[in-house]
Design a protein around this ligand. Structure first.
Ligand SMILES: [Zn+2]
Length: 277
């Protein structure tokens, strides 16, 4: 499943290829992909002739700014990805939506599991009123709003284990299973510790670790691509250098104690019992 670094990699890819391109049309192959407006003709009429000006990311939502002030929202969910191609290339299986652009270019949305969603939000409309999932997102970990003090406030009075706390998108948005485990290891915090039990010095370490882990992963994701606007490979790239994730039974890279795995909130959690207190 694409996590924050993968979605950020896609955003950077879309910035490179699609900015200043004009939509000449689109074809909707799976109606359920269209979250709003649900009427395909309404959607097609709305984006026709508009130019893509910018791509932003909020959590795992991609938000494309169009030339009339409207927004194209995309959530890749489990398996959504983009293919940058030309209309003459045969349409492969699982293609759900085709965007045609000037200069005989095409951006294809391919989505095996069909959970991906696309919205068009008219200019002047509050984006959150259409893409309601945006209202449930917490602080953006790579934004200036995310500070050790903000994290400390979030930890206050929360009795949940740290791992569950970090996975809650309404607190810090975009941290998935891998990055939560890695950040807790880097900051020496045991995944079962209660959020409210953390000392300020630990919160400062954790804050730094979260940012580092995400930035490292984004850097590994690369910014070049040929066909697919990469949503895969980042986990794989990070996997090779993971400190705990997926390393159950293998020696800790710091102290050599075997990495252990437990379930927390239904998710596999990897940690070093010696390094994380
Ligand atoms: Zn260790």
């Amino acid at each position: 499943m694409p996590e924050l670094p993968e979605v950020e990699t896609v955003r950077r890819g879309l910035m490179q290829i699609s900015v200043n391109q004009r939509f000449t049309g689109a074809e909707i192959l799976l109606r359920k992909t269209l979250a709003y407006p649900t009427d395909p003709d309404h959607f097609l009429g709305a984006i026709q002739g508009l130019v893509i000006q910018d791509w932003q990311r909020r959590g795992k939502y991609l938000l494309g700014k169009l030339s009339d002030g409207s927004i194209l929202g995309i959530h890749l969910r489990m398996t959504g990805k983009f293919l940058w191609t030309t209309p003459d290339v045969p349409v492969q299986k699982h293609t759900r939506l085709r965007f045609f652009l000037e200069g005989d270019r095409e951006l294809r949305f391919v989505d095996l599991r069909t959970f991906g969603q696309i919205w068009w939000v008219p200019a002047g409309t509050i984006v959150e009123s259409v893409i309601t999932g945006l209202t449930r997102l917490g602080v953006e970990p790579l934004s200036p709003d995310f500070t050790a003090d903000v994290l400390a406030t979030c930890c206050e009075k929360r009795q949940r284990p740290m791992k569950t706390f970090l996975l809650d998108q309404s607190i810090v948005t975009g941290l998935g299973n891998i990055y939560a485990d890695e950040a807790l290891f880097k900051s020496g915090i045991h995944p079962t510790r209660k959020a409210s039990s953390l000392k300020m010095s630990e919160i400062e370490k954790l804050h730094k670790a979260i940012v580092e882990v995400l930035e490292t992963s984004i850097a590994q994701g690369g910014t070049t691509f040929s066909d697919f606007v990469s949503t895969t490979g980042t986990n794989g790239n990070y996997g090779g250098m993971a400190l705990t994730y997926g390393r159950t039974g293998e020696p800790c890279r710091v102290c050599s104690h075997p990495i252990e795995r437990i379930k927390l909130g239904g998710r596999s959690t990897h940690f070093c019992p010696q390094c994380q207190g």
